[in-house]
Ligand binder design. Structure first.
Ligand SMILES: Nc1ncnc2c1ncn2[C@@H]1O[C@H](COP(=O)(O)OP(=O)(O)OP(=O)(O)O)[C@@H](O)[C@H]1O
Ligand SMILES: [Mg+2]
Length: 260
């Protein structure tokens, strides 16, 4: 199963991506991918070391396999189609059983350096050619907003989660995401409502989602544990039970039921 986490800036995509990755890694092999050039999935997982980005993958694969990537990047990944085949240098292992691998797409190295388009082309090819086994899950932490949908980075995902918060702005983004995702053939769009601090807020967002025809997957309360985890650079699940963790566990369960 491949899941992309999308939504407006700051709604909680990275928090949800890292926490779902930790939860799933208790029973599945998880491949967490930071597809945001302004990357912070590693930090949200409590990983503070340097990770080689996918943008440098061409040379690394060439080194390891001797293959010269031709006109199509897809050829490269046909040779390394499963998660376990991926060169260790590209993804770092994480967690007690090495059940979680983290890969980062890459960033803009220098101001004025242009676009991350080549890296996103690589990532798209990787996702398209990756053959997942039954016990493997890919979680993509996407860039805020809608530009990645124009580039079709996540076109081959099975489910796109759009994170919203109480308020019209993130819902407007969700509406655009739904439309653009549909255009590129992604039909399974599910909304997660984050930072909910009252029943009233939850009702408001759920009604709007209903009007927009976006399925509701679950909600996460506004929780100071999330802020604490962010301040200390540790994963949310390292703080024991919290309201936010419990609700993300429920969301994980629903994802498995939907895809089961
Ligand atoms: N449930 C929550 N309760 C309280 N604070 C939260 C909650 N979820 C996220 N936050 C806070 O909101 C901020 C943004 O969260 P996060 O980085 O996960 O969002 P994002 O959508 O990935 O942002 P970006 O668009 O910049 O990638 C962080 O400071 C985080 O601690
Ligand atoms: Mg983020």
């Amino acid at each position: 199963m491949k899941i992309a986490i999308t939504g407006k800036g700051g709604v909680g995509k990275t928090t949800l991506s890292s926490t779902l990755s930790c939860i799933f890694s208790q029973t599945y092999k998880v491949f967490a991918i930071d597809a945001d050039p302004d990357m912070n999935l590693a930090s949200s997982l409590g990983i503070h070391e340097q990770i080689t980005p996918i943008a440098k993958m061409r040379d690394l694969i060439k080194d390891r396999t001797g293959a010269e990537p031709g006109s199509s990047f897809g050829e490269v990944f046909k040779m390394n189609p499963t998660i376990s085949d991926l060169p260790e240098t590209l993804a770092i292992n994480y967690g007690p059983n090495d059940n979680l691998k983290l890969l980062v797409m890459g960033t803009v190295d220098k101001g004025g350096d242009g676009c991350v388009c080549p890296a996103s082309v690589l990532l798209k090819a990787l996702l398209r050619h990756m053959i997942l086994k039954k016990d493997e899950i890919v979680i993509l932490d996407m860039e805020a907003g809608i530009e990645h949908l124009g580039r079709k980075t996540a076109e081959s995902v099975d489910m796109m989660i759009v994170v919203v918060e109480p308020g019209l702005k993130s819902l407007e983004t969700a509406q655009r995401i739904k439309k653009l995702a549909g255009d590129i053939g992604i039909k399974n769009i599910q909304a997660v409502v984050n930072k909910v601090s009252s029943e009233e807020e939850e009702v408001f967002v759920r009604e709007k989602l209903h009007e927009l025809g976006i399925a509701f997957l679950g909600s996460i309360p506004r929780d100071s544990t999330v802020i604490k985890a962010d301040m200390e650079g540790k994963p949310l699940n390292s703080y024991g039970t919290s309201a936010s963790l419990q609700s993300i566990e429920k969301i994980a369960e629903r994802i498995l039921n939907l895809e089961g």
